[in-house]
Design a protein around this ligand. Structure first.
Ligand code: GLU
Length: 450
């Protein structure tokens, strides 16, 4: 047994049945081995044990009334994981799959992601098992109001600043913000991803997707390559996927897939962005509608691959952008991707690759950007929104985008140089985990036992 194994088995014992959280923790901790060997002070200060334990976890009941007058009950969560670098920062996810394990894995990843941005933000995450799908606008509003009626007492512009994630976009952020204002009588930057009308930042909506593409650009530039004329696979059809597709087109690439909970669209002529935006941002319709409107595309319903694989990863391409959700890309998918010629994978979602799939990419030495590095553009731009709110300014899109590009280039640089420092050049998983951890761990030591 050693320090890392002891901590992981302690975690298994004290956080049973939290498989996603355990998966995220194991990936980070296993990468830290060489750093811990050369720096015994992290062990001396019990940094690993402290880091895997959230500073605070809030779980609450959310009661709201549906359109039929019935009282509905959901679970609400906010995990304030680590504040060594700044106020807790991280999104809220509303999805039926949300549970304590999912929120803890997301919060844990957020610590290192936020550290990699180089900006003063700690890590947190929250959400609910509420399913926005099929709910009326009134139901969404009443749910958001009920959620904020508990959450408001735990957040603040220098304390904890939530944002969106799956199931939480501009509409939900608006209802949450309105309720905070009503309860506290304060107009302040307690959420990011706000509407441009009242405190939002230009470029925030696009930032996660654009950032994942900028990260791919940086990985490819290091290999004297670029995205021009590359065929790309994108999964998901939400905010991250849509703006990944948009930026890929802007850079001369051809994205040919997207997917939702029902299935995958393969459009060999390139995904029609206008249709996708209309269906998902306006009509909130399933992708079956895309196939109805584009005869040249194929719709592959979910569950077509018996080996636990996904249709979206079985198409021949050069690059892949998993932008849907955790563990959406399995080992058999990863093997299919590299077999089909994919040599660049940039993760727009959080932990979309299973541990086996990620290890396959690392062993294959392809350009592989893990989510905590590649999708950090969203939270980074959230911090730019916070900066604009606190100085009562509104920056131009050009200014925000230039900052985003510089941040993504810095993140890539810091992952790549750290990977080299530890003799694993090109292993950006190792680079991201060590670079993110080192920043947070050093801050924790400097701040004493707290
Ligand atoms: N949910 C996003 C993420 O996973 C954004 C968080 C934020 O903007 O605070 O990083």
């Amino acid at each position: 047994m050693d320090y890392i194994h002891d901590t992981l088995s302690g975690l298994r014992a004290t956080s049973p049945a939290q498989s996603e959280f355990y998966q995220a923790a194991e990936e980070v901790l296993e990468c830290l081995r060489p750093l811990l060997q050369s720096n015994p002070r992290y062990h001396e200060h019990s940094i690993i044990e402290r880091m895997v334990e959230p500073e605070r976890q809030i779980m609450f009941r959310v009661c709201w009334v549906d359109d039929h007058g019935r009282v509905q009950i959901n679970k609400g969560y906010r995990v304030q994981f680590n504040s060594a670098l700044g106020p807790y920062k991280g999104g809220l996810r509303f999805h039926p799959s949300v549970n304590a394990s999912i929120i803890k894995f997301l919060g844990f990843e957020q610590i290192f992601k936020n550290a990699l941005t180089g900006l003063p933000i700690g890590g947190g995450k929250g959400g609910s098992n509420f399913d926005p799908k099929g709910k009326s606008d009134g139901e969404i509003m009443r749910f958001c109001q009920a959620f904020m009626t508990e959450l408001y007492r735990h957040i603040g512009p220098t304390r904890d600043v939530p944002a969106g994630d799956i199931g939480v976009g501009a509409r939900e952020i608006g209802y949450l913000y309105g309720q905070y204002k009503r309860i506290t009588a304060r107009y302040e930057g307690i959420l990011t991803g706000k509407s441009l009308n009242w405190g939002g930042s230009l470029g925030r909506k696009e930032a996660t997707g654009y950032g994942a593409v900028y990260f791919a650009q940086n990985m490819l530039a290091a290999r004297k390559e670029d995205l021009r004329s590359k065929t790309c696979l994108v999964s998901g059809a939400g905010n991250v996927a849509i703006y990944t597709i948009e930026k890929l087109y802007q850079l001369g690439a051809k994205p040919i897939t997207c997917s939702d909970s029902g299935g995958t669209i393969h459009d060999p002529r390139g995904i029609n962005l206008e249709t996708l935006k209309r269906l998902k941002e306006v009509e909130r319709a399933p992708l079956t509608k895309y196939a109805e409107q584009h005869a040249e595309s194929t719709y592959i319903p979910k569950g077509d691959y018996p080996d636990d694989g996904h249709a979206v990863w079985r198409v021949k391409a050069d690059a892949a952008f998993p932008c849907a959700t955790q563990n959406e890309l399995t080992l058999s998918d990863a093997k299919a991707l590299t077999h089909n010629g994919v040599y660049c994978v940039s993760e727009g979602a959080n932990m979309p690759s299973t541990a086996d799939a990620a290890n396959h990419f690392i062993a294959s030495k392809i350009a592989y950007g893990p989510g905590k590095a590649a999708n950090a553009g969203g939270v980074a731009t959230s911090q730019l929104e916070m900066a604009q709110n606190s100085s009562m300014e509104q920056w131009s899109l050009e200014k925000v985008d230039a900052k985003l590009q510089a941040i993504m280039a810095n993140i890539h640089q810091s992952c790549a140089t750290t990977a080299e420092e530890f003799n694993e050049p090109h292993n950006l998983v190792l680079g991201a985990n060590i670079a993110g951890f080192r920043k947070v761990a050093d801050a924790m030591i400097e701040q004493g036992v707290c």
